[in-house]
Design a protein around this ligand. Structure first.
Ligand code: ZN
Length: 389
């Protein structure tokens, strides 16, 4: 069915377009035009002066709606996807935290099955760990952590096309071989939970680590050893011009000043917004049932209250934080949640911008940056009929 979205500020790759329209047909964007004259035969959707922006790409989230992706069942995957979709995440790369290879294989099977369905919101799998530096990973994954083992990861990667991203600590023995193998297969390979300094980050980048997971979190910045000073992972990543980063912009994991600094130094095209959300994201205020965690100050902490365990944010919350707390223009905040992650993880041919021929994944935001309407492949999955003529 032909649909025409009118009367909003449309975010195009060239900037905001007013008094135009987005034409949608058969799940795709047919045209973004500067005319809002009614198209004969089209169902009109009135955006009532709000912002019409591309759907968000969630490239790092562990769960939501009460489920974790390591549950590795179709039920869990679908519940998490639905919870985040309502908040504007029209593409999701489910993240598996450190676990056994049996669980990874099970999750691969679920992911492969879901990706074969038409109009899939699940676009591929993201694995974080289990190859992590124990010193930087805290206690939450206990016995799962180990050094990269090609006998394990090569058969898994050869069994499926669905793994699109894998994050490990670059300083572990065998990590560079791992990165050469994964990046050679087109898999986004990221550093995470690391204490690497500049020489290590430089050689890791050359081996294929092109992205830094949850930048600033689980990695040191500038520090002293005895009387001398050293750059941390943070400064080293800044020095790698072509290394992309992601920030957990929930307003808790990083202060607004640091969000501004990342925006200023890395810029819109190298910075992605991620939730790193745990199962209690998009949980609508229900109480939690896991003694390892507490929810406090709008974030999930380990039960000792000393360490953040992950966020409970959804993608819309990140854009809202960038605009309202960090003072970043809405267009740039949206691009860091849509266009940039689409390019970084390799789906920019179908996703990430409102352009002719791309999937009709569209979000309507009000002036307070709240999601009012979500379209996934042209179908309204969240929103009210008050927007429709
Ligand atoms: Zn994570």
């Amino acid at each position: 069915m032909l649909t025409q979205i009118i009367n909003g500020h449309i975010l195009t790759p060239q900037g905001w377009l007013k008094d135009g329209s987005v034409l949608v047909d058969d799940g795709k964007i047919l045209e973004v035009t500067n005319s809002d004259l009614a198209v004969i035969g089209a169902k009109a959707i009135d955006a009532k002066g709000m912002y019409i922006v591309p759907g968000f790409i969630s490239m790092h989230s562990h769960g939501g709606g009460g489920y974790d992706f390591t549950d590795a069942t179709p039920e869990a995957f679908q519940a998490i996807v639905q919870a985040h979709l309502k908040h504007g995440a029209t593409s999701i790369f489910p993240t598996l935290s450190s676990t056994t290879f049996d669980v990874l294989r099970q999750a691969v099977a679920v992911c492969d099955e879901l990706m074969q369905k038409p109009d899939s919101v699940v676009m591929g799998l993201h694995i974080e760990g289990p190859y992590l530096n124990k010193k930087m990973a805290g206690t939450q994954w206990g016995d799962f952590l180990k050094d990269p083992d090609p006998e394990e990861y090569i058969p898994l990667l050869e069994s499926t096309q669905c793994i699109k991203r894998w994050d490990i600590s670059p300083e572990l023995p065998g990590a560079h071989d791992f990165a050469r193998f994964t990046s050679g297969r087109g898999i986004l390979t990221a550093i995470t939970h690391t204490e690497a300094e500049y020489p290590e980050i430089k050689s890791a980048f050359e081996a294929g680590f092109t992205h830094a997971a949850h930048f600033y979190n689980a990695m040191p910045g500038f520090h002293k050893r005895r009387e001398y000073k050293y750059e941390g992972t943070v400064e080293s990543v800044y020095l790698m011009d072509n290394m992309t980063v992601e920030v957990i912009a929930d307003g808790v994991h990083l202060p607004a000043t640091i969000l501004k600094l990342v925006y200023k130094l890395k810029g819109v095209e190298k910075t992605c917004l991620v939730t790193d959300a745990l199962k209690y994201a998009a949980y609508n205020g229900r109480t939690i049932d896991d003694s390892r965690y507490v929810i406090e100050d709008g974030v999930c902490k380990l039960a000792d209250h000393q360490t953040l365990a992950g966020s409970i944010a959804s993608m819309d919350k990140l854009v809202q934080t960038m605009v309202k707390s960090a003072g970043i223009p809405l267009a740039d905040a949206v691009r860091m949640a849509s266009e940039t992650p689409a390019a970084v993880i390799g789906v920019a041919d179908r996703k990430g911008t409102l352009q002719k021929g791309k999937d009709a994944d569209i979000v309507i935001l009000d002036k307070d940056v709240n999601v009012r309407c979500v379209f996934s492949y042209g179908k309204m999955v969240e929103g009210t009929n008050t927007l429709i003529h």
